[in-house]
Design a protein around this ligand. Structure first.
Ligand SMILES: Cc1cc2nc3c(=O)[nH]c(=O)nc-3n(C[C@H](O)[C@H](O)[C@H](O)COP(=O)(O)OP(=O)(O)OC[C@H]3O[C@@H](n4cnc5c(N)ncnc54)[C@H](O)[C@@H]3O)c2cc1C
Length: 344
């Protein structure tokens, strides 16, 4: 199915893609976002419970709340949003005509903004048949919030820094925390591993999860097994958290028709203004590399405004190079009236 011709197709719905959608809307362009995951927010969704301090002008707060705000802002101008679609190819048909092919559709736009971050990241799932049914209840691959585990018995499987950090952070709230590691030692920082003792975390070495005992959709206990002796043990749980690492997929740029200069076989080697070697194609956020790149969410916002401005003048060379500041921008007039009336 061929789509409507819009001004911009944004590939990736993380911080960079969302702010691009906002800023392009501010500049009066019609955009679509295509995102592989079933929700917007990018890899910030992997650490929703962590407190973020380093976004300019935003007081420290959990990353999950920042994602909510970024989504609200990104949807201000009602972009088309296509979730659970994987972009497979980008083709330049002619100036101001690009085709972006996903595993389900083909989309047309006058320009393309690549905001794919570190590619498609998915947690390594527990290799137990049927385990996915417990994800609705108490099997987690990401810690949604620390308060979720208040007074609960939590088993964490994983030996890396993230698993150790989670055990340390959850322990003060939980009734009991055990951390299970296949190896004889944790990979996590030695000092953090030691601190687990101060918080009463039970460390279970050289064991792995063998099977799950459940009532309905909720796991009630986990059978673990010693990796060498195979001796089993049953642990009663209220929640199970798995941190076995992440699977990363990032072959879009290797296989797509447009050829972009790369750095370290991964990043797009672009410019500080977010332009690439292909007119009409811009790169924003973590995927963009240049000498003065800021690898923070703050850097994504800067890239996004630049890319939207360049897309605007690529599509309409008579347009002004930069947008009007939001405080004095007519596009917000009606929205401001609504906001102000709600404040009174
Ligand atoms: C553990 C951790 C902690 C962090 N803490 C901070 C912090 O405190 N402060 C800070 O400023 N930054 C922090 N960062 C960095 C911050 O998360 C990134 O800079 C930011 O997420 C980059 O946004 P992005 O939109 O460029 O990429 P991403 O967030 O990676 O989003 C890219 C999106 O593109 C999608 N995508 C990729 N390929 C395709 C495809 N082919 N088709 C469709 N969709 C695709 C992905 O699914 C993803 O949703 C942290 C990062 C990590 C990993």
């Amino acid at each position: 199915m061929l789509s409507q011709l819009l001004d911009i197709t944004i590939i990736g719905g993380g911080p960079a893609g969302l702010y691009t959608a906002f800023y392009a809307g501010l500049r009066g362009m019609k955009v679509r976002i295509i995102e592989y995951q079933d929700k917007l927010g990018g890899k910030v969704n992997l650490y929703p419970e962590k407190i973020v301090w380093d976004i300019g002008g935003i007081a420290p707060k959990p990353a999950g709340e920042i994602v909510d705000d970024m989504i609200t802002q990104g949807l201000t101008f009602e972009p088309e949003v296509h979730l659970s679609e994987k972009v497979m190819n980008i083709t330049k048909k002619e100036e101001q005509l690009f085709e972006v092919a996903t595993d389900q559709n083909t989309y047309l736009s006058k320009s393309v903004i690549i905001a794919i971050g570190s590619g498609i990241i998915s947690p390594m799932k527990l290799a137990i048949e049927g385990a996915e049914r417990y994800e609705v209840a108490n099997l987690h691959y990401v810690v949604p919030s620390l308060s979720r585990f208040k007074d609960r018995r939590v088993l964490i499987s994983g030996g890396g820094n993230a698993a150790v950090d989670w055990a340390y952070a959850i322990a003060p709230f939980a009734a009991h925390v055990s951390i299970l590691c296949r190896k004889d030692d944790f990979k996590g920082h030695e000092e953090m591993v030691r601190k687990l003792d101060d918080r009463g975390v039970e460390k279970i070495m050289s064991h792995s999860i063998h099977s799950l005992q459940a009532e309905g959709d909720a796991i009630e206990s986990v059978i673990i097994q010693h990796c060498r002796t195979r001796e089993p043990r049953e642990i009663a749980v209220d929640d199970v958290i798995i941190n076995h690492g992440f699977h990363m997929e990032s072959d879009l740029l290797d296989q797509c028709d447009i050829k972009l200069e790369r750095k370290d076989n991964f990043y797009i080697k672009g410019h500080a203004d977010s332009s690439t070697q292909v007119p009409g194609v811009y790169a924003v956020g973590d995927i963009l590399s240049h000498d003065s790149k800021v690898q923070l969410m703050a850097g994504c916002f800067h890239d996004a405004a630049n890319a939207a401005n360049l897309a605007k003048t690529y599509i309409d060379p008579t347009a002004s190079e930069a947008g009007t500041v939001s405080s004095h921008n007519e596009v917000f007039k009606e929205k401001n009236e609504e906001l102000l009336s709600n404040m009174l």
